[in-house]
Design a protein around this ligand. Structure first.
Ligand SMILES: Cc1ncc(COP(=O)(O)O)c(C=O)c1O
Length: 442
């Protein structure tokens, strides 16, 4: 390859054209553990696990081998009027890990499709239950639930939604937990919204255990318990979007366990295969599944050609097995307070860090001019920091770093779950260098 590969044939996701055309976009050719190498051999530290995905780390030949062996046996059959042994093995493994009686899983290929499936399942459930008007969905401000039209309708990030209005009817957004210290109080807006719309119109509430959009918003204690009480009261299904929080990110197999949530459905994706193959899934409580299957409809009227794809399932089984055998979640739990302490030190050293939020291996650093003086970035500074300065400084520092301007300028830190003390130290040191240079430029 040449120094500047031609990227013009590839239309990227959510990437500014200016940056894509800058000639500085890394082309990653290889990965191992928490590290990536570009096509010229330059080494980067992956502070984002790809995109909140690569829990087990890059470059696992055992997972690649499991996938290739499966492809040799039977590469494809859908979960549609038949299935395959590896699909059943993955279903049993994942439902065994899921909390409570969420013991049926519907497989798809992405987080958006998983949420789309939840929206459709909720409608069918309420129809089966004799309440066909309960089609409405409540989600939260600044949330991200995906890009397909149903999932996008639930998404609360205005810059992502607004270009595509009108979206589906019946979706509304309530404040997220940011700024609340009392869980019951934070959940009150959900009850008020159900009452405002009329409980007979509302079918489901969807929220992430820890909301990524808006910057790793950990809910106050009691929030999810109160959501459960509210949903039970008005016969509304409670859905935990665990596309990011699932598969170890928060220090447990499912984030619901960490925030004391008891959802009716869980959607997951990314970490279930650590990105070795595209996966998504919807976990549903057994009584709800039975209600739909035993209704006149007689089936879940939804399907995906790739759902339960054998090669993807082989990746999931190998990944989950390796995560279990190598105690990857214990690694997160073991390092959680060290990681938090390192980030607190970073904030101590840099007045530009306005806030450190998160838990497990999912953190956000909110940025501004001065925490001490309470001086936020102007809109213009935010744009400059996010679209111009930070991408360049991160590349120079050898970091694959996620920066985000949705709900204020932020750096997201979400490394592979195998990250060790040395990896976390290196990450915070390099981010520290970036922050010094950023402050000098703004
Ligand atoms: C919480 C959440 N839900 C849903 C999605 C959509 O997943 P996908 O990009 O796989 O469609 C994402 C993607 O980042 C996400 O973070």
């Amino acid at each position: 390859m040449t120094n500047s590969p031609d990227l013009s044939n590839l239309l990227p996701s959510f990437t500014s054209a200016k940056y894509w055309r800058s000639g500085t976009v890394p082309v990653f050719a290889r990965g191992e553990g928490c590290y990536l190498w570009d096509h010229e051999g330059k080494k980067f530290l992956d502070t984002l696990a790809g995109l909140f995905v690569v829990q087990i780390g890059h470059g696992r030949t055992d997972i690649a081998k499991a996938m290739s062996e499966q492809a040799e046996q039977i590469a494809f059959f859908p979960s549609w009027s038949a299935t395959t042994p590896i699909t059943l093995e993955a279903a049993s493994l994942i439902t065994d890990l899921a909390p409570g009686d969420l013991d049926a899983v519907f497989f798809v290929s992405s987080g958006s499709e998983a949420n789309e499936s939840a929206i459709k399942f909720a409608r069918q459930y309420h129809q089966a239950d004799g309440r066909p008007t309960k089609t409405g969905v409540i989600s939260r401000v600044d949330s991200y639930h995906g890009t397909s039209m149903g999932a996008l309708s639930a998404t609360g990030l205005k810059p992502v939604r607004d270009p595509f209005l009108p979206l589906l009817p019946g979706f509304s957004h309530v404040p997220n937990t940011h700024g609340y210290s009392d869980g019951v109080e934070a959940a009150r807006v959900v009850e008020e919204e159900i009452l405002r719309r009329g409980p007979e119109q509302v079918g489901m509430v969807i929220a992430e255990p820890v909301q990524n959009g808006g910057g790793s918003l950990v809910p106050p204690v009691g929030y999810w318990r109160e959501l459960r009480r509210i949903c039970d009261r008005y016969d509304v299904l409670l859905v935990a979007d665990e596309v990011i929080c699932g598969f170890g990110r928060l220090g447990a197999w499912f984030g619901s366990e960490v925030v004391d949530a008891q959802p009716d459905m869980i959607t997951f994706a990314k970490g279930a295969t650590s990105g070795y193959a595209p996966i998504g899934g919807l976990l549903v409580r057994r009584p709800l599944v039975d209600r739909v299957l035993d209704s006149p409809a007689g089936s879940f009227l939804h399907g995906a050609t790739w759902g339960g794809h054998p090669v993807v399932m082989a990746a999931a089984v190998a990944n989950i097995g390796a995560m279990r055998d190598e105690k990857v979640i214990d690694n997160v739990v073991h390092h959680a307070s060290l990681f938090e302490a390192r980030l607190d030190n970073l904030a101590e050293a840099h007045d530009a860090v306005m806030d450190v939020r998160g838990t497990g291996y999912l953190y956000a650093l909110a940025l501004g001019h001065s925490r001490e003086e309470g001086r936020e970035y102007s809109e213009e500074d935010t744009k400059r920091a996010i679209y111009e300065l930070l991408p360049r400084l991160a590349l120079e520092a050898g970091l694959h770093l996620r920066v985000d301007d949705r709900g204020g300028a932020k750096i997201m830190l979400s490394p592979p779950l195998v990250a060790t003390t040395d990896d976390l130290d290196e990450m915070t040191e390099r981010v520290s260098q970036v922050l010094v240079q950023l402050a000098a430029c703004l």
